[in-house]
Structure formats: C-alpha cells, structure tokens
Design a protein around this ligand. Structure first.
Ligand SMILES: [Zn+2]
Ligand SMILES: [Zn+2]
Length: 241
C-alpha cells in the first residue's frame, strides 16, 4: 500500500524514481495539494498507468484547467481519508492557489507532514508541524540571493509574500519553534534553482537548529529521489520529485 502526494513529474520518471529507492509498489492513491503545474501536470498519466485513485478538493479541481478530465476523482473535503492502514488529513495552508492544502499522513505512531508550497507558517500549519514524526517542508529560497537574482520585482514579491514560498530561514525557524521531541526525520524540499543552494539551506538550518539534532536532516533535489526514510519502523517515506 503506498500513497503519492502530488504528480508533477511524468509517469515514467515517477516510477523510475520509486524503483531507484528499492520500492516496487505502484501508488494506490494520489492526493493533490494544489493546482500549480509542478504539482499536478502529470496526474492523468500517473493515475492511468498506476490505477491509483485521485483525491482532490473542489477548488483545486476547478482550477486545474481540465487536467483531471476523464479521471475518476474522489472529492477531498475537510475530513481525513483512510487508505488501508494510513489516514490522510488535509491541512489548510497559505499559498496563492484556489484551495491549497498540506497533508498529514498518520499510520500507527507515525505522522508524516508534507508542507510545500507554503507562504508562511500560520497557527494551523504550526499545530500540524507539532504533530509530526517526519516532515517534508519547503526551503524554497534564500532571501538575499533572490534579491540579487534574475526574478523581476513582481515575481520576487509573489514568491517572498505571505502566500508565496518559504525562505530557508523561515523554514528553519518553523522547525525550531514547532517540531516536537519525537521528530525523527526532516527533509528540506522544493529548493529554487535560481534563488537557492544546498549550502545556503544547510547554513540556515545550522543557524536555527545548531549542527546537531535528534532527527536526521536531508535535502530533496529536483532531479532524483531522496533515499527512503523509515518514519517508525513501519512507514517509509521518500520525496521523488
Ligand atoms: Zn504552488
Ligand atoms: Zn510548487
């Protein structure tokens, strides 16, 4: 039994990356966070090739420009959805999309939080972070690098705004402020190619969390899967896109 959260890379690349980390499972269900292309553009082929059912809320589906046409979609509401032993809980998040959500995936004692794309950490998201034993959160950009970078002012304002994307320092601060002592794994994801570097993410994490912590820290790169993480002994997690 496995879940896929978002479908922004091709069906072939998705399956290749799942295989590259030693998994053979095809996703049983796909849950969509919001309608931006890098999260939903390949949902039709991924769903058709895997046979997975697609869970998507009404606002996101309406804003998807027909990408889910012809698919048998299940309507995601505010209630949690059970998929085998897993319970998927939508969490409303601030982002410039129609009805964006983060997800908590509960299984046994484990709770994975999936927090991209995120303008800022509000009280709802902070409370969700507090419940996690594994977290995938975006560290999208370094504010100073974006200021000097190629983006025009309107785009800098959008990305850096309260409904845009999290910068490295804010992501690190959110973990320092909200993570609970049972957190086992932290994955920093959705790094901007233009406005970030792995070294800047590392420096921001060390500044907020120190160089040692009781949980593992990893970076998710856009061109490959992250190694499989064991969130409890029973639940495995990877970021494939
Ligand atoms: Zn987005
Ligand atoms: Zn995105």
């Amino acid at each position: 039994m496995s879940l896929l959260l978002d479908a922004g890379i091709s069906a072939r690349a998705t399956q290749e990356r799942i295989t590259s980390i030693g998994c053979s499972a095809r996703p049983t269900a796909i849950f969509i966070t919001h309608e931006h292309a890098d999260h939903v553009q390949h949902v039709a082929r991924v769903a058709q090739s895997s046979g997975a059912e697609v869970w998507i809320n009404e606002g996101t589906r309406g804003a998807c420009k027909g990408r889910t046409d012809g698919l048998k979609c299940r309507e995601l509401g505010v209630e949690s959805v059970r998929v085998g032993p897993m319970l998927v809980e939508p969490v409303v998040k601030p982002h410039d999309a129609a009805e964006p959500v983060a997800f908590l995936v509960h299984c046994g004692d484990a709770t994975l939080g999936f927090f991209t794309d995120l303008g800022h950490v509000d009280a709802t998201v902070g409370a969700a972070i507090r419940r996690c034993t594994a977290i995938i959160i975006e560290a999208n950009h370094d504010s100073g690098m974006m200021e000097q970078g190629p983006y025009p002012p309107w785009l800098r304002a959008r990305v850096g705004g309260l409904h845009g994307h999290m910068n490295n320092a804010d992501a690190a601060q959110a973990i320092a402020q909200y993570a609970n002592p049972h957190l086992r794994h932290l994955v920093l994801a959705h790094l901007s190619k233009e406005n970030n570097s792995t070294e800047l993410v590392r420096q921001a994490m060390i500044a907020a969390l120190g160089s040692q912590s009781s949980f593992t820290r990893r970076l998710s790169m856009q061109d490959r899967a992250t190694p499989l993480l064991d969130a409890t002994g029973r639940v495995a997690v990877s970021a494939v896109g």
